[in-house]
Design a protein around this ligand. Structure first.
Ligand SMILES: [Zn+2]
Ligand SMILES: [Zn+2]
Length: 261
């Protein structure tokens, strides 16, 4: 049996629909060996309803710890999905570095003051080439900040299906090289299948680049309710195996080890 983890899940501590304990049965049914919660945390921006209130972090951490201690047969990890905000790397690092977490997912949702996944209107009247460039650039800066263990949905800019005018392969190559240099994992985020682009992040046409550059991988659902935990994982693992990936990144107290699959 493959040792499967799902480190990207949102409970009602941020914008998920259910309490953390409600995710356990689905995770077991999906054959997962480990799950981890990764509530949204955005520092240095106006509070938005999809984010966890920083004042709730201690109760979140205690809640997950209690759940871990009371749950047999599946390991439960504590994580966060933290927005990368350019110019605030030091402050973000100091804040999350003080928390007892197993891993931190770094995600770029914001380009400027708006999030790229707020709706397709964000893209209207803008240069898609320019948006792709600045999104990939922001992800690379996030990787090089050294704050994060995993980068979330590294090409979220594809969410509404807008495509650049030229082949984006060089953007992926550059990003994968930076990930390798800074020893940061990427995720195959299966939730893209539920969004307008209707496929995984990152673009499967460029997944081989991450293999060639030897970037550590994990497979995550980005579930916002229990039924989506581990969703499409068989397909994701098959795809990774076909491309020559043979080990997965597993995290414990922010230390990574690689587990064969
Ligand atoms: Zn996200
Ligand atoms: Zn997420």
């Amino acid at each position: 049996m493959i040792y499967k983890t799902d480190y990207h899940m949102h409970s009602s501590y941020s914008d998920g629909r259910s309490a953390p304990e409600d995710y356990i049965a689905s995770a077991m049914a999906a054959g997962l060996s480990e799950i981890g919660f990764s509530e949204h945390l955005t520092l240095f921006k106006e509070p938005e309803d999809w984010n966890m209130n920083p004042a709730n972090i201690p109760s979140y951490i205690n809640h997950i710890e209690t759940l871990r201690n009371n749950t047999k047969n599946i390991k439960i990890k504590t994580g966060l999905e933290v927005d990368f905000i350019e110019g605030k790397a030091k402050e973000i690092d100091a804040f999350i570095g003080s928390l007892p977490l197993d891993y931190v997912i770094g995600s770029v949702h914001y380009l400027g003051e708006k999030t790229v996944d707020v709706g397709p209107e964000f893209y209207e009247g803008k240069s898609i080439d320019r948006l792709f460039e600045s999104y990939f650039n922001s992800v690379s800066v996030a990787v090089a900040s050294g704050i994060f263990d995993i980068i979330g949905h590294c090409d979220l800019i594809r969410i509404y299906g807008y495509k650049p005018s030229s082949d984006p392969e060089p953007l992926y190559r550059k990003m994968a090289k930076v990930m390798k240099t800074y020893d940061v994992a990427f995720e195959v985020n299966t939730n893209g299948r539920n969004r307008p682009l209707a496929d995984f992040y990152p673009d499967r046409r460029f997944l081989h680049i991450f293999r060639e550059e030897n970037v550590p991988v994990c497979v995550n659902s980005d579930a916002h309710f229990p039924a989506r935990v581990g969703q499409y994982f068989d397909e994701a693992y098959e795809l990774l195996r076909y491309l020559g990936f043979n080990e997965m990144a597993v995290f414990d107290k922010r230390i990574r080890r690689m587990v064969p699959f």
